[in-house]
Design a protein around this ligand. Sequence first.
Ligand SMILES: C[S@@+](CC[C@H](N)C(=O)[O-])C[C@H]1O[C@@H](n2cnc3c(N)ncnc32)[C@H](O)[C@@H]1O
Length: 331
Amino acid sequence: MTASEQERVAGLVFGFFPAQVVQTLARLGVPDALGEGALGLDALAARTGSRPGPLARLLRAAIGLDLVTPADDGYALTDGGQLLRTGTPGSMGNLAQLFCGDAVWRAWGELEWSVRTGEPSFEKLTGHSSFAHFAADPALNAIFTEAMAEGTRRAAPGIVAACDLTGVGTLADVGGGNGTLLAAFLDAHPELHGILFDTPSGATDLVVDQRCEVVTGDFFGTVPAADAYVVKSVIHDWDDERSVAILARIREAMPPHGVVLVVEPVFVDEPAALAGQRTLLMSDLNMLTCTGGKERTEEEFTALLSAAGLRLVGVTPAAGSGYSVLRAVPA
Ligand SMILES: C[S@@+](CC[C@H](N)C(=O)[O-])C[C@H]1O[C@@H](n2cnc3c(N)ncnc32)[C@H](O)[C@@H]1O
């Protein structure tokens, strides 16, 4: 056993400590309080409702993690720390609060239970599915909605460029959240009309206005008719049976010339490829604990689509995003 190997494993053992430093900074509102300026310790403690002594220790750790830097007898944000502010370009503040926050954090603490049972620990702990849990708490729902939008905003240019919408008049985004991806499609295609479809709590804090109809409902019931459908980060939330049901509802609603664009990471389940897919491996376990879904290989997506009466006709990586666009047509 080499010292560097011990260091690597120690990094895994203690890996959750920095995540809680990030989450606590975000929850206390330190990044928003600092903004583009600097504050002294007492002012920052007053702004964040913290005690100066322990706050200084948290900030010292944040300096060590290159999120905060000493400045003008106080503290300022580094470039990385700027990403934890809310409402700024490239922000990841809501992602930090959601994925390191109470419900997801506790669900990961029960990963062992999910591995033993195959059930999402999130539901055991909260008594609800994750979507019902978020829907019941407006503050948490706002964090969830904006966290999804933060991730999608970064990926949208690559996804839009990877989707051929030739001949498409109306594009429906199924499970489209606040419309961040649909807005990017509408910006890129001035003739396109959009339909944003989500639950009433999902279609909230909307960022679409012009050329877009908002329809609320349940994608296990019926979905609106459209020439093309984009379904991003939805199928991985569900087990195979429910994923097929969503795709089958789309298949039933679409015209013969219709197309479905499933946007998900495509997992390469080969031992030699795993080290290069760490984010996806963790996302797969996040689905196990939080939603009961999973990340999938191209073969697995092909089987789901086929069971829903659809045929995969192409897989296009969306540059710079980690996602691929799986294009399917009626079988
Ligand atoms: C992981 S989020 C993805 C949001 C968005 N597509 C994105 O990538 O940013 C999953 C979305 O599915 C929606 N959803 C969950 N259950 C639904 C249902 N039964 N009917 C319609 N939408 C649903 C959620 O409200 C949420 O907006």
